[in-house]
Design a protein around this ligand. Structure first.
Ligand SMILES: *Cc1c(COP(=O)(O)O)cnc(C)c1O
Length: 250
């Protein structure tokens, strides 16, 4: 075993233990939670090791890094999730490898994803990314603070989920899978991950009234996966706790 393989195996086992403990504490079955390992900034060789260690879901947040990595790993039985801010000019590339895009947060992106998925002859799963720190607004033209129009983190205000979900559900070659969020750093939920993820679960319940199959709830990262599992998340996205502290912000 190489050093890196041993290191990843140990880290993965620790994360697996945390997820299992969180499921047990919440009275949930371990199978109800899927681990997605966020491999951003780490090389394809790590992805290959993770695959050998039994990981089946990986996530990336920048197409420039993800596209060559996915190509180098195309022989592996992996599901690729795209979790970053997505510009429409990258959509064609992303649709080439992503099974699920978790960061759908505006109608233009839905249109572009649908067009490219049709062109590629694939079906792409979509999660609506929710910004729990965004001001509630019914005005679709209003910029979301920290959202697609204003910053790094992305996401739509809760009041705009329905409109975007209906758009995805009606779009050719797209599949509405559910909701995703990142615990907010600002606003009423700052530092209150459990409450933030609880709010996401309520929004998921609302969404499933109109779209019963859209039952994915992607929440929780290295620092707060327990709170996400406690709230009811179906998918946790873990980077640092498996791969180590990233050399740069990514
Ligand atoms: C980087 C990233 C993660 C993983 O974060 P860690 O703190 O490294 O576990 C999860 N979700 C998104 C959207 C990310 O960009």
């Amino acid at each position: 075993m190489t050093d890196r393989r041993a290191e990843l195996a140990v880290n993965l086992a620790k994360v697996e233990e945390r997820i299992a403990a969180a499921c047990a504490a919440a009275g949930r079955k371990r199978e109800e939670v899927t681990l997605i390992v966020v491999t951003k900034t780490y090389p394809a060789s790590d992805v290959r090791i993770l695959s050998e260690l039994g990981v089946r879901h990986v996530a990336e947040n920048r197409d420039q890094d993800a596209a060559p990595k996915a190509a180098a790993c195309s022989d592996l039985p992996l599901m690729w999730h795209f979790v970053g801010q997505l510009q429409t000019n990258k959509v064609r590339s992303v649709v080439g490898y992503a099974d699920v895009v978790q960061s759908v947060d505006r109608s233009r992106l839905v249109t572009a994803l649908s067009k490219e998925a049709v062109r590629a002859g694939r079906e792409v799963g979509c999660l609506i990314q929710v910004a729990l720190d965004a001001a509630e607004t019914a005005d679709p033209a209003a910029p979301v603070p920290g959202g697609a129009a204003g910053g790094e983190r992305g996401g739509v205000a809760p009041g705009r989920i329905e409109e975007l979900a209906d758009l995805v559900a009606a779009a050719p070659a797209l599949r509405l899978d559910g909701l995703m969020t990142v615990a907010p750093l600002a606003g009423e939920y700052a530092g209150r991950q459990r409450e933030a993820f609880g709010r996401l679960m309520d929004l998921s319940t609302d969404l499933r009234r109109a779209h019963p199959a859209a039952n994915m709830v992607s929440a929780g990262m290295s620092a707060d996966l327990e709170q996400a599992v406690a709230a009811g998340a179906t998918h946790v996205r873990v980077g640092t706790a498996v791969l180590g502290v990233r050399p740069r912000l990514g």
